[in-house]
Design a protein around this ligand. Sequence first.
Ligand SMILES: Cc1cc2nc3c(=O)[nH]c(=O)nc-3n(C[C@H](O)[C@H](O)[C@H](O)COP(=O)(O)OP(=O)(O)OC[C@H]3O[C@@H](n4cnc5c(N)ncnc54)[C@H](O)[C@@H]3O)c2cc1C
Length: 345
Amino acid sequence: MGLRVAVIGGGPGGLYFAALAKQLDPGHDITVWERNAPDDTFGFGVVFSDETLGGIEHADPAIHDAMSREFARWDDIDVHYRGEVITSGGHGFAAMSRRRLLQILHERCAQLGVSVHFCAEAPPVEDLQATHDLVVGADGVNSRTRACHAATFQPSLDVRRCRFMWLGTDLVFDAFKFYVVPTPAGVMQIHGYPYDATGGTFIVEMHDEVWQRAGFAELSVETLGPGESDEASIRRIQGLFADVLGGHALHANNSRWSTFTTVRCERWRHGNVVLLGDAAHTAHFSIGSGTKLAMEDALALAACLHENAGVGPGLEAWSGSRTSGSTRTRRRGSSRSTSSRVAVG
Ligand SMILES: Cc1cc2nc3c(=O)[nH]c(=O)nc-3n(C[C@H](O)[C@H](O)[C@H](O)COP(=O)(O)OP(=O)(O)OC[C@H]3O[C@@H](n4cnc5c(N)ncnc54)[C@H](O)[C@@H]3O)c2cc1C
């Protein structure tokens, strides 16, 4: 008999899990709650390594084929520093826009019969636990599911001191680009990579002290409304990095200064509740692996549920397989890392 499954959060992790679990066991009754509208997504491009794509292709060729049609592909990592370019080749990356990825996952969920409620806050975790066989907390870095059972999950949240802003540009980079730029205020860094034929991701990062000295503290507006961007800071960034941009525009989408929080949890399971993706762990954006890890968690969870009789044994197999995989990715600091340890048949 199929399981009744509640998924809190319709990001890449939650949607991919819902689609794979339903594809493997069409008898499951799966509902996803997503507080945003379908086309509300924030951010620009997401990156995958060749190795991750192998797992995604095997798990659901329909999703993989739709993603493949969107990919910008490249091999090199270029570090630009004081007029020199140091290139490391042969990596094998693919990227696409986050908005398109979510659209593909929405379409696949609809085809397979997953119920996705948009603009809908999920019911309280305790209520879902009582009414569902399995509750998947795929609710991102500020996960309420994690907070609700913090005594079991034992999260540690390490808020780092660098400031960054996630922007887009119509400059199509030909590699993973890291520009290390000395400025009068101190060193700033750009992370740039393409996501399709028309644009690239452009992340600006600097230490908090450099951010203060560069005057961003005075410029940035403390209270921006949902969806608003820090336009004054973006104008200054445009001027500071005019050489890198070479006349190309910067695009904003809910773009504002932020700090990175490293999330780790001792456990990812509390009874019939599990955490996946950013809710369970984060990987710094400089290694471009957050989406890949969320989708690999989803793939492994769907496979473990399918291959083990009952929710308990399925979750036991899953929590053992994932913790080591994601830790390895973060330690290696590379996006050329783990594929799921569980094959999907
Ligand atoms: C600057 C920056 C650059 C990045 N670059 C990359 C990159 O190049 N490659 C990469 O792979 N990753 C990148 N990431 C990370 C990536 O965005 C995340 O790791 C990834 O989105 C995690 O997926 P997720 O499904 O776990 O969570 P999310 O994508 O955060 O999705 C969680 C969803 O849950 C919803 N939600 C939360 N609570 C509730 C609730 N109570 N009810 C209903 N809905 C709820 C939210 O609205 C959200 O849509 C970057 C992140 C940042 C900040």
